[in-house]
Design a protein around this ligand. Structure first.
Ligand code: ISE
Length: 357
């Protein structure tokens, strides 16, 4: 069988994109799901949303009302099994992902599952095994995990630069991951599982190796932190080859959304994520100022990445496959996040124990 290497790993080469439109069910139409519905409707070609599902009926009704020909199917398993649904986007809360992804595999339907793949490493591994078994039977992969940063043009450029060898061997990576604010239920553990998990995926994506150990330090907390939680956190990932990745994760900056990644290599240094856009110079009360606007949230900062991710997923799903991070990437991120939570609780260095594929 012919194969090709993509962001998802080695995949069978699939036939050309078929002429029919992909009929998509979107499960969960909260902020992220509703954003995907809007994107599929207005900016993505080759697909249309035919079904939406949400635990809150009014939400589903409201979103469906804005999409011609879209039905509400309240029960997610029924939406997945629906004969008029070809593929599924999962944007429900994480605790529902395992069952919903397994149902998609069972029905042989391509699925784009927002992160996390599941709530812990063990259940993510169960999904890996189920999809591996399906792939062994059919030669097809079905599950793409929503690590959208891989589709961000700056991250893609940085990866290509590293791969070109122009800056030599990467040694250290510095990351900043800052949110202006988080809801009051957002704990320090969630800073690892919900936020730093993106840097875990980025480190694996850029450096092409697994993390071997995690240490989490708690700097002095901001007075704006959620009560009783440590914010910011400082996370150190030791990669298998000895490279190190540090992440300052700060989710109550009160400013804007910032994600910065700097790779320090033997023969050069590269930085992405300055997010400057237009830089304006003007005279303010305290003298001349140079200013630009920072994106307010990840929806804007990674809007382009989401569009590219979903378009590539649609194109691949129309051919019956995926084109992006898969179940193993979801599992690997879950294992490292779990080690990170352990490191946060104990204050010690925690080794990452990954299963064999
Ligand atoms: C959120 O869930 C995301 O996935 C964003 O990309 C991340 O930056 C944010 O910190 C998370 O809470």
């Amino acid at each position: 069988m012919t194969t090709t290497e993509t962001a998802a790993g080695v995949l069978p080469v699939l036939a050309d994109v078929p002429p029919t439109e992909l009929r998509v069910a979107v499960l969960g139409v909260g902020m992220m799901g509703a954003d995907h519905v809007a994107r599929l409707q207005s900016r993505i070609s080759g697909a249309r949303v035919v079904v939406v599902s949400d635990a809150f009926a009014e939400k589903a009704d409201g979103v469906a009302a804005g999409v011609p020909g879209c039905r509400v199917v309240a029960d997610p398993p029924a939406a997945i099994a629906d004969p008029e649904v070809d593929a599924v986007v999962i944007a429900t809360p994480g605790q529902f992902h395992q069952d919903q992804v397994l149902a998609c595999i069972q029905h042989g339907k391509p699925v784009l599952c927002e992160k996390p793949l599941t709530m812990d490493a063990e259940s993510s591994l169960a999904v890996v095994r189920a999809e591996d078994e399906y792939a062994a039977r059919t030669g097809r992969r079905l599950v793409q995990v929503g690590f959208m940063r891989r589709f961000d043009p700056e991250y893609a450029q940085l990866r290509a630069l590293i791969a070109s060898g122009e800056i030599g061997e990467p040694l250290v990576m510095h990351c900043a991951h800052r949110n202006p604010s988080v809801p009051s239920h957002f704990t320090s553990e969630m800073m690892i599982t919900d936020s730093v998990v993106h840097e875990v995926d980025v480190a694996r994506f850029l450096l092409d190796e697994e993390a071997a150990a995690v240490t989490v330090l708690r700097p002095r907390a901001t007075r704006h932190a959620v009560a009783g939680e440590s914010d910011p956190l400082f996370v150190l990932l030791e990669m298998a080859s000895g490279r190190m990745v540090d992440v300052e994760c700060f989710v109550s900056t009160g400013i804007a959304y910032e994600v910065r990644t700097e790779v320090v290599a033997e023969d050069g240094i590269a930085l992405i994520g300055l997010d400057t856009g237009l830089v304006r110079q003007s005279r303010g009360p305290a003298g001349a100022v140079r200013s630009s606007t920072i994106t307010p949230s990840f929806k804007e900062r990674f809007g382009r990445a989401y569009d590219i991710e979903v378009q590539r997923w649609v194109d691949a799903a129309r051919r019956g496959g995926i084109d992006g991070p898969g179940v193993w990437d979801g599992y690997a991120a879950a294992v490292v996040a779990e080690a990170g939570v352990q490191a946060l609780r104990t204050g010690g260095r925690t080794e990452v124990r990954m299963a064999q594929r």
